[in-house]
Design a protein around this ligand. Structure first.
Ligand code: NIG
Ligand code: FE
Length: 405
């Protein structure tokens, strides 16, 4: 329930994780007109600054609202049957080549109306919000016709109107080859370049364009055509790359100035260097790694050495990561990929925002939009250490307390 009563609010005696680091002492944070207006060590705070301000919260840990920078939240149906098949030893790629996997979600999503997709997706969005998300990226990619891809993007935008959350949308027309284009992948890529991207851009439905650069997805040459079309329409670029094999998709994306390359388990040093040079963010998706029972680890140490920013996201989707709990992703990023809790939390705030090209989000700093989470914990690292729902005391969106308990 929204509980905002004044445009000037204070959080007192909070431990602050500012998106990059934990501040060393308890802080006082002032929010005015939807933005962070001041940030002081609590003992130095001058009460005159608080004139007319209501105390909105005291104690606990204050972080930026979480940014889930890679999700496939909009889809119909589910793939629990495939989960069982994989546990019996059938691989993700085998299921995909047999017409299941992404294409199974495509059949269900094509058959669903916008309202049905909203109804299916809202509980997933609500789960993300209950775990502290204030910005979520949502991809298309289960439509694979112009009309169905636009339908998914419209649903994504509508979700952002139904709930207090920022929704960033990404066109992922090149997610899989639809059956009607079997044997004609280049023709399908032409459809993506000549019709989907222009239509999504014209209707303002997409902020970015993504591709699945993989043996069961699209070749680097096909992805490059899509990047050229995206650039021509002024859209940002992202990649699902090096998830199951190393095709050089991340380096290609970096050459086109991609905001991020995501998954990257099979990324090599040349790819890391290309990303470092381009400032492309490495989006780590430990949920997909966990669910697929992957063993090839992303090159975390190389990413650190080259100074590539690392983000962490849920990849919430019906196949490889049916998980709508970003704080669990922080835990998995630490336990599976050996990120430090600080890196994991930064990966879900400041670095995730960078992966969306939103340098104004994911930070607690003066002037930034006041998207905040107040947690009932003592130290920020606890968010990555313990897996426990219900620790969120307040979620603040644009300076408004939109959830309080
Ligand atoms: O991020 N790798 C490709 N795309 C998704 C999975 C989509 C699906 O299996 O439905 C991913 O893992
Ligand atoms: Fe994905």
């Amino acid at each position: 329930m929204p509980t905002q009563s004044t445009s000037k609010q204070l959080w007192r005696d909070v431990q602050v994780f500012d998106g990059l680091v934990q501040l060393s002492e308890a802080m006082t944070v002032l929010v005015e007109d939807g933005r962070i207006a001041g940030l002081w060590p609590a003992r130095e705070f001058n009460e005159a600054r608080a004139e007319g301000a209501a105390c909105a919260g005291r104690g606990g840990v204050l972080t930026p609202g979480l940014v889930d920078c890679h999700t496939h939240l909009v889809y119909a149906g589910n793939r629990a049957g495939e989960f069982e098949q994989r546990l019996e030893g059938v691989s993700y790629e085998e299921i995909a080549r047999a017409g299941g996997g992404i294409l199974s979600s495509v059949r269900a999503t094509r058959a669903a109306s916008e309202d049905e997709l909203i109804a299916a997706s809202l509980p997933r969005l609500d789960a993300l919000l209950a775990d502290g998300v204030t910005t979520v990226e949502i991809k298309s990619g289960y439509g694979l016709t112009v009309a169905d891809e636009l339908k998914m993007l419209r649903v994504a935008r509508r979700l952002g109107e139904l709930r207090p959350v920022r929704v960033i949308t990404t066109l992922l027309g090149a997610h899989a080859l639809p059956p009607e284009y079997a044997g004609r992948a280049d023709d399908y890529v032409s459809l993506v370049c000549d019709e989907m991207i222009p239509a999504a851009a014209a209707e303002g439905l997409a902020d970015a364009v993504d591709v699945f650069c993989e043996g069961i997805g699209f070749s680097p040459a096909q992805c490059e055509r899509i990047y050229q079309a995206a650039k021509a329409h002024g859209l940002a670029i992202k990649a699902h790359a090096e998830q199951l094999s190393n095709l050089g998709g991340s380096a290609l994306a970096a050459r086109y100035g991609a905001l991020s390359a995501d998954h990257i388990e099979y990324l090599d040093e040349a790819g890391v260097r290309a990303m470092a040079e381009a400032g492309t963010v490495a989006v780590l998706l430990p949920g997909a790694f966990h669910v697929l029972r992957e063993t090839q680890l992303p090159p975390i140490e190389l990413l650190r050495q080259y100074g590539v920013p690392m983000a962490v996201a849920s990849d919430a989707n019906p196949g490889t990561s049916p998980i709508c709990m970003p704080t669990l992703m922080a835990n998995l990023a630490c336990t599976l990929f050996r990120l430090t809790p600080r890196e994991a939390l930064s990966g879900m705030t400041a670095q995730a925002a960078r992966a969306l090209g939103r340098l104004d989000l994911g930070r607690i700093e003066v002037g930034a939009p006041a998207d905040l989470c107040l947690w009932d914990i003592q130290q920020p690292a606890e968010l990555a250490y313990a897996v426990q729902a219900g620790r969120l005391r307040q979620r603040v969106f644009n300076g408004e307390v939109v959830y309080a308990r």
